[in-house]
Design a protein around this ligand. Structure first.
Ligand SMILES: *Cc1c(COP(=O)(O)O)cnc(C)c1O
Length: 400
């Protein structure tokens, strides 16, 4: 019996990992306990976010940090902070910012649907570079000089989407941007593990970095982290917090928001729609501690054993199985099941759809369907779900 039965919604077996459309990563018991305990008392949100800032700073090496409503919210708030700094008039006007610099330079190859979060604050994206490799029309990727060549008096900053093989190197982009006194906002939402990325990305000199709290960190699905320069984090916080107070009474911790920098008390900012609850903040910080301490590494052998269970269940069927492991001792392995589509008489797309429509619904990762491959991520499985998933795959992969 699932609590979701009460609402007439069937729980699914999620073999897609921490994806948002299936509710993200499972929260460990300590995180759930923290959430429940935090809910039972009231607290000043400025003080709680200031405490979060100190914890995030300790883990990342940043000057300051903020718990946000996901990494996308962190991008909107980071953009807003860069656009307005501590100017309450600009804060009030967002997302309308024609009257001040509001362009963010971004590599064309780093554009994605997630940059809507940057545009939502009012910023306009200016693309540089090309997509020659994808177009099979050249061999070069975006180069650092192209950013600098695109800077104009209307440029507010740079957006950089961090990935293991992103180009040009972030440090080079930071150097070009800082040369013109422009800040760099980094989307590193899904770039954990490795744990070292908590510090290494900021160590390039990047001004603000956004991480998801509901992916590998296993905090509440609706949380994220924005960390970086104190002044920008303060400007982001002012635009997210509930500002219905009197300037004379409002007393945020000065190491988090320096009131003296503000020309007046702004009203609710653009981030007021992106609020996080005290429970979410406490739970995210608890999960961050677990993640940063390496506690999740102990789960890796179990993850692998579940993948082996699933691979064993489809043995002898017209598929080829491979367990893939980054080998960093931190990242969960995954299972790739490549179909003999001719032998089966069905495509990976067909099988993926049947699995979703079965009982219970099973969602395998759909990133390699075009290559005939179903991908199984173990993060949201357990022993029972792995056994059920293996059974359902065994049924669906019978030659017809
Ligand atoms: C997941 C992801 C996001 C969004 O993160 P949320 O925490 O779900 O808001 C943004 N950018 C990239 C590259 C992502 O992978």
């Amino acid at each position: 019996m699932s609590i979701y039965d009460r609402f007439g919604v069937a729980p699914v077996i999620n073999a897609s990992g921490s994806v948002t459309r299936l509710g993200g990563a499972p929260m460990p018991p300590a995180v759930l306990d923290a959430f429940r305990d935090a809910a039972s008392e009231a607290v000043s949100m400025e003080q709680l976010q200031a405490a979060a800032s100190r914890r995030i700073a300790a883990v990342t090496g940043a000057e300051a940090g903020l718990v946000t409503a996901g990494s996308a919210a962190a991008l909107t708030l980071g953009t807003a902070a860069i656009l307005t700094r501590y100017d309450p008039g600009k804060m009030e006007r967002l997302p309308h910012c024609d009257a001040f610099p509001h362009e963010f330079v971004v590599a064309r190859e780093q554009r994605s649907g997630y940059d809507h979060a940057v545009r939502a604050a009012g910023a306009r994206l200016i693309e540089v570079g090309f997509n020659e490799i994808v177009a099979n029309a050249g061999v070069r990727r975006t180069e650092a000089w192209e950013y600098e060549a695109a800077f104009t008096p209307n440029t507010a900053g740079v957006l950089y989407v961090f990935a293991p093989h992103s180009q040009p190197p972030l440090a080079d982009v930071v150097e070009r941007a800082h040369h013109q006194n422009l800040p760099v906002l980094v989307d590193a939402a899904g770039e954990l593990p490795p744990r070292s990325n908590l510090k290494d990305i900021l160590a390039t000199g990047a001004d603000l970095v956004a991480y998801s709290g509901g992916k590998a960190i296993r905090g509440p699905q609706s949380t994220g982290i924005l960390c970086g320069r104190r002044e920008l984090i303060g400007a982001a916080a002012v635009q997210m917090l509930d500002m219905d107070d009197h300037l004379e009474l409002w007393d945020p911790p000065a190491d988090f928001i320096d009131k003296s920098w503000l020309g007046g008390l702004p009203r609710h900012g653009i981030g007021r729609a992106l609020k996080v609850s005290k429970e979410e903040i406490v739970a995210l910080l608890t999960a961050l501690d677990l993640f940063a301490s390496g506690a999740y590494d102990a789960d890796l052998p179990q993850f692998r054993s579940w993948l082996e269970t699933i691979a064993a269940a489809v043995k002898g069927l017209p598929v080829r199985c491979a367990i893939v492991d980054k080998g960093d001792g931190q990242s969960p392995p995954w299972l790739e099941v490549t179909l003999d589509e001719q032998g089966l008489g069905r495509t990976a797309f067909d099988v993926c759809r049947s699995l979703r429509n079965g009982t219970p619904p099973v969602y395998v990762s759909h990133g390699k369907l075009a290559q005939g491959t179903l991908v199984i991520y173990p993060l949201c499985l357990n022993a029972d779900r792995a056994a059920m998933l293996g059974k359902r795959m065994g049924e669906e992969l019978q030659p017809r």
